[in-house]
Write a protein that binds this ligand. Structure first.
Ligand SMILES: Cc1ncc(C[n+]2csc(CCOP(=O)(O)OP(=O)(O)O)c2C)c(N)n1
Ligand SMILES: [Mg+2]
Length: 415
C-alpha cells in the first residue's frame, strides 16, 4: 500500500549525529507533534520518514514498495527501463543539442508537485535543469526542444539553449547557469508582486517559486535572499532539490548542517522536509506553502530529498557515486511510484497508462521533428539582447569596432 499523501506534521528530524538506529521499514507518515518552526502554528508538513542507508541523514524519504517496482521493471519491456530515450541519447551525441544538457530524470516529482499548482501569472525560476520546470509551467514541448536545439522556434529563439529557458508568456523567468543566480531574481519577482498589491493597490496575489540544488545552499545569495524574503514577507517558496550531490561533491561533505530545511526557521520562515521522490507528498507540502505565500504570510523553505538518475550533465561519466546508492534510488522512481498509486487506488487502468505513455512519445517525437526542421538563428541575432557596451565587443583586423561594420548586424561579416 502506498503511503497516504495526507499531510501530517512530523517531528523535526533527529540530529545527524544521533545514535538512533535507522528504521528501515517502509513506515508511512507518523503523526507527531506540531512543527516547532519558530513557534509557528502554521500547518506545514513533512510527510514521511524512513532512514536511508545511503544518506546518513536523519530526515529522509520513504522507499515506495521497492520490491514490487523491481519486479515490475523486470517483467516489463527492458527498453522502457533505460534511463535515456533513443531521442535523448542520439540527439545530444549527434550534436543536435549544444553545450551541456543537465537531465532531470529522477527529480520529476519536485517540478510537477509544485508547478502544476500554479496559475499562469505565478512565476518560476529554475537552474540549468530547467527544461522540465518550463514544461511543467506550460511552455510547449516544441518550444523547449527547439531551444535545446538552438533553433529560432525555441522559447528564447535559440539564444538561450539548455540552461536558459525563458518565457515571458508563461512567467518562466529563467534557467540560470550560475548557481544561486536565480534566487535573487525570484526574490525580486516576489517583491514585485508584493509591491503591486500593497503599494500600487493592484489585485495581485501572484506567487514565485525558486528551484535550486543542495550545493547552491552553500552560496551567499541563498542566505541574503532568505533574509530579505522573510523580512518583507515576500510571496515566495524556496525549493531545494536536494539530490545529495553537487556535481561530484557529496552534500554531506560540503555542508556543516546537511538538514537544509532548518535554515528556514533560522531566518524566521517555516522550513519543511519532504520526500521528493513522491509527487503526492510534494504536492501536499506545495499546496500549503503556496497558500501561505498567496495569503501574504511570507516565504517557506522546502527541502525535497530527491536523486538524479544520471550524471551531473550528459558530459559527466558519473563514476563517483556509489552504484549501490544509485540502485537504491532507482527503485524509487517517482513516475513508477505514481503509476503504482494510480493503479492500486483504481484511479487509472493499465490501458489508460499505456495510452498516456504513447501520447507522451508522440509529443516528444513531434517536438524533436519540429526542432530538427526549424531554422537556425541568423548571425545578426548574435548582438541582440546583449547588455554590453557595443564598442567593447571587439576590434576587427581593420582597427575598427566590429559593431560599426554594417555587415556585422546584417549577419554577413566575416568574424
Ligand atoms: C556561481 C557558480 N559556481 C560554481 C559553478 C559550477 N557548478 C555548476 S553545477 C554545480 C553544482 C551545483 O549543485 P547543486 O546546487 O546541488 O545542483 P544539482 O546540479 O545537483 O541540481 C557547480 C558548483 C556554477 N555554475 N556557478
Ligand atoms: Mg545537488
Amino acid at each position: 500500500m502506498a503511503c497516504s499523501a495526507t499531510a501530517k506534521i512530523v517531528q523535526p528530524p533527529m540530529s545527524i549525529n544521533s545514535t538512533r538506529s535507522p528504521d528501515k521499514s517502509d513506515t508511512c507518515t507518523k503523526l507527531l507533534r506540531p512543527s516547532a518552526f519558530l513557534g509557528s502554528n502554521k500547518k506545514l508538513f513533512s510527510v514521511s520518514k524512513t532512514i536511508s542507508p545511503f544518506s546518513r541523514r536523519s530526515a529522509t524519504v520513504v522507499a515506495v514498495s521497492s520490491d514490487v517496482i523491481k519486479k515490475k521493471k523486470v517483467e516489463s519491456n527492458p527498453v522502457s527501463n533505460l534511463l535515456v530515450t533513443k531521442e535523448e541519447g542520439l540527439m545530444y551525441y549527434r550534436g543536435k543539442m549544444f553545450g551541456f544538457v543537465h537531465l532531470y530524470n529522477g527529480q520529476e516529482a519536485v517540478s510537477t508537485g509544485f508547478i502544476k499548482l500554479l496559475g499562469n501569472r505565478d512565476c518560476v525560476v529554475s537552474t540549468y535543469r530547467d527544461h522540465v520546470h518550463a514544461l511543467s509551467k506550460g511552455v510547449p514541448a516544441r518550444a523547449v526542444m527547439s531551444e535545446l536545439f538552438g533553433k529560432t522556434t525555441g522559447c528564447c529563439r535559440g539564444q538561450g539553449g539548455s540552461m536558459h529557458m525563458f518565457s515571458k508568456e508563461h512567467n518562466v523567468l529563467g534557467g540560470f547557469a550560475f548557481i544561486g543566480e536565480g534566487i535573487p531574481v525570484a526574490t525580486g519577482a516576489a517583491f514585485t508582486s508584493k509591491y503591486r498589491r500593497e503599494v500600487m493597490k493592484e489585485d495581485c496575489d501572484d506567487v514565485t517559486l525558486a528551484f535550486f540544488g543542495d550545493g547552491t545552499c552553500n552560496n551567499g545569495q541563498f542566505y541574503e535572499c532568505l533574509n530579505m524574503a522573510a523580512l518583507w514577507k515576500l510571496p515566495i517558496v524556496f525549493i531545494v532539490e536536494n539530490n545529495l550531490w553537487a556535481i561530484g561533491m557529496s552534500h554531506l561533505r560540503a555542508t556543516s548542517d546537511p538538514q537544509i530545511w532548518k535554515k528556514g526557521p533560522a531566518f524566521g520562515m517555516p522550513g519543511v522536509h519532504v520526500d521528493g521522490m513522491d509527487v503526492l507528498k510534494v504536492r501536499e507540502v506545495a499546496k500549503e506553502a503556496i497558500t501561505i505565500a498567496r495569503r501574504g504570510e511570507g516565504p517557506t523553505l522546502v527541502e525535497c530529498e530527491t536523486y538524479r538518475f544520471r550524471g551531473h550533465s550528459l558530459a559527466d561519466p558519473d563514476e563517483l557515486r556509489d552504484p549501490a546508492e544509485k540502485a537504491h534510488y532507482a527503485t524509487r522512481d517517482p513516475i513508477t511510484a505514481l503509476k503504482k498509486y494510480l493503479l492500486e487506488n483504481s484511479l487509472a487502468s493499465e490501458s489508460e497508462l499505456i495510452a498516456i505513455e504513447k501520447k507522451i512519445e508522440e509529443v516528444v517525437e513531434d517536438a524533436v521533428e519540429f526542432a530538427d526542421e526549424s531554422p537556425v538563428p541568423a548571425r545578426s541575432q548574435l548582438l541582440e539582447n546583449v547588455f554590453a557596451d557595443p564598442r567593447g565587443f571587439g576590434i576587427g583586423p581593420d582597427g575598427k569596432y566590429r559593431c560599426e561594420d554594417p555587415k556585422f548586424t546584417e549577419g554577413t561579416a566575416q568574424v
